[in-house]
Each structure stands twice: as C-alpha cells, then as structure tokens.
Design a protein around this ligand. Structure first.
Ligand code: FE2
Length: 386
C-alpha cells in the first residue's frame, strides 16, 4: 500500500478513500466499543479517581455482595464510554499475574457485535488466538453472549452480543448506588485507542487487524513524520469498515535518545494499550473541568501558539484560551481538530488519555506530533528515561 500521510494523499492514491473502506470487509460487523476493562491494584480507589477527576458515573458493581468470590469490578459510564475496573480478591490467578507484570492497564477492549458466536468463528478461522469460547450468561433480564480473542501482548478483544439483554451491564452485576456523583465533564465516546507494539512488530499487527478483523489501513506515518531531534516512532491507523473503531498501532523507531514507545514497553513489560482518546464537543469546557478536578496535562510551550493561525487558518476558538489550557490544533483537508494529552495516569509511565474535539478533520493531528513528542521528552527527561 502507498505511504499515506494524510487524507489528501489518501484520496490521491490509487486506493482512494472509498476503495480503502471497501477493502475493509465487514464480516463481523462491529457496532462500537462496548467497554474497556482495566486490571488495577485497587478498583475501589481507581473508581473514585475516574469519577472525581474524569467525571464518570457509578453504573454497576460485581463482587462478594453479588456472589462473585474472586474479584470485584466497578463499571463506570460517561455518555457512550464504559470503563470496567477489576481487582482480584485472592493472591493468585491470572489477574494478579497481569497486575504484577504490567501494573494497572487495559486488559480488555470489548467490541459490541450482533453475533458474538459468529465473530469468534470468523476471527479464529482467520488465525486469531482464542481467549474465550462463546459463553451465554443470563439472569432475569435476559442473556448476553460473549467470546474473545487475543490481540497484541496480553490484551484481548471480547465480542459482546447484548441484543437479548435489558440489564444494567452484564449478568452478575447489580446497579451501583452511590451518594457521591460528581458531574460529567462532557466526554462522549471513544474516538480511537492506540496500541504500542515491539520493535518491528507494527506491520504484523496491522496485518492481524486486516486479516482477522477485516480492518483497513487508513493512515501511515513513518519515523520521518514522527520524530523530533531526539526521539522517533512509527504508526499506522487501522479502521473497521464503518469507521467506528480506529486502532492506531505504534512501534518505536531509532533516534538519538529513547523512543517514548520503548519507555512504555520497558515499563509495561511488553505491548499494550498506550492511550484512549475520548471525544468531547466542547474541549475548552471539558479540559477546564478536568484541570479543576486535578487531571494533569502535558505542558505545551507558549511558542507553539505564536504562528498557530498561520498554520491552521481561522478557527472558532480564542487562541489565548487554547494557550492557557495547552490545547493543540491541527487542520486537514476536511476541517480541523483540537486535542490535548494527559500525563500518564498510572504509576508506571505507560497509559494516558487524549481528549479530542473534531471539527471536520478525520485525521490524528500529525501537525502536532513534534510539539507533543517534545512535551513527552520533557517528561521522560524528568523520569530519567530519555
Ligand atoms: Fe491519539
């Protein structure tokens, strides 16, 4: 496939946007992200953090009180985003091993499907490693069928079929009633989720998403696009046929100093989810609220804003307000986007969040990569890992 750096290149290639999406064979198909489950050291306290700092709402709970003996799970929601935070109650088992190895991190990227049995059959037939054979779980609200496959590292995709279920989340969960309900900060849905994979492994994982899941590559960045004077990485963006699921895949590249992807791999002990990009339709209000609630964002130097309007043209927002918050802006042929990145939100320098507002642009902010990576390098320098 031609090397495609932005949507204009994409339309100019023999592939063309339509052809690319035709290539994405929708044999699953995926209706959206169903939930993201993190294995964490202390789910009760993590849940408090995501409510307080990120504006998630208490939704459902499973644990000893619901008959689950070996773990607790808190389910939080904000508009279409659903997070599940799970901690084991025992001193052995695979969840413990996951936490010992990786620290807090994303274990499951669950995808909402019409038919979880078919999704399992289609993907394993195409070479996916099985994680969960199709299983029917039921209670008085109906039934859910789930199945799962492995992706990069120890991360898995679970297919969730919930068309015959009216309960709060999944069978086994009860409504989580809490007197502490901080307001939403305006996060709407997951725009994309990025995976970091090992040296030289990007191609193989992009091929995995193409072959096993029927995704198409929509954008590719080489280390020439994504480098500063010191560090580099490479990235390709894979999308499913209806464009609702986008998974950029990064691998480290050689630079004078250590790639941020290599730092991630060192601390996460292998490939995993690097960031979850969540969409808002008012990034200034969302970021203001998150800052007030204690979320730390990467620092962007004032000079970034000096020639901003020359670079991106007219925008609706006040540049001074964007500058005060450190919000980045980039434009492509279809419009522009605003984005900002949190500092890592767990103890190991691994996972973080992006907040994004799209105003027409469907790309990923390539014009911001240099400013972003220089900001990350400052963090790496502080950690002694550059
Ligand atoms: Fe992103």
């Amino acid at each position: 496939m031609a090397d495609i750096k932005n949507l204009k290149d994409l339309q100019n290639t023999e592939y063309g946007l339509k052809k690319i999406f035709d290539e994405a064979e929708d044999f699953l198909p995926l209706l959206g992200t169903d939930y993201v489950e993190l294995y964490v050291g202390n789910a009760k306290q993590s849940a408090h953090f995501y409510k307080t700092a990120f504006g998630f709402q208490s939704e459902a709970y499973a644990g000893l009180e619901t008959g689950v003996k070996d773990r607790v799970s808190y389910v939080l929601e904000q508009d279409k985003i659903r997070l599940v935070l799970t901690t084991p109650l025992t001193n052995d088992g695979v969840i413990n091993e996951h936490i010992v190895e990786h620290g807090d991190g994303v274990k499951v990227v669950a995808l909402w499907v019409e038919d979880a049995t078919k999704a399992f059959e289609e993907t394993t037939k195409r070479g996916a490693k099985p994680y969960l054979e199709p299983v029917k779980e039921e209670d008085e609200n109906g039934y859910v069928i789930r199945s799962g496959i492995y992706t990069y590292g120890e991360t898995v995709h679970i297919f969730v079929e919930r068309k015959n279920y009216t309960g709060i989340f999944l069978p086994g969960y009860k409504k989580w009633e809490s007197h502490y309900n901080p307001a939403s900060v305006g996060l709407k849905f997951i725009d994309h989720m990025v995976g970091n994979v090992g040296w030289g492994e990007m191609k193989q994982w992009c091929e995995f998403y193409a072959r096993v899941m029927g995704f198409a590559q929509i954008i590719s960045f080489t280390d020439d696009d994504i480098s500063t004077d010191f560090t580099a990485l490479m990235s390709k963006v894979m999308s499913n046929g209806n464009g609702r699921i986008k998974f950029p895949i990064n691998e480290p590249a050689k630079g004078k100093k250590k790639s941020q992807i290599e730092e991630y791999l060192d601390f996460y002990k292998g490939p995993g989810v690097q960031h979850i990009a969540v969409a808002t339709d008012d990034i200034v209000a969302t970021v203001s609220a998150m800052r007030e609630r204690g979320v730390e964002f990467l620092y962007v130097p004032d000079e970034y804003y000096d020639d901003l309007l020359d670079r991106v043209g007219e925008i609706d927002e006040d540049v001074e307000v964007l500058k005060r918050h450190g919000i980045l802006i980039d434009r492509d042929e279809e419009g522009y986007l605003l984005q900002i990145f949190t500092k890592t939100i767990v103890d190991r320098p691994t996972m973080f969040f992006e907040v994004i507002q799209r105003k027409g642009a469907q790309s990923f902010g390539v014009g911001n990569f240099k400013a972003l990576f220089e900001a990350i390098e400052r963090e790496q320098a502080n950690r002694g890992t550059l």
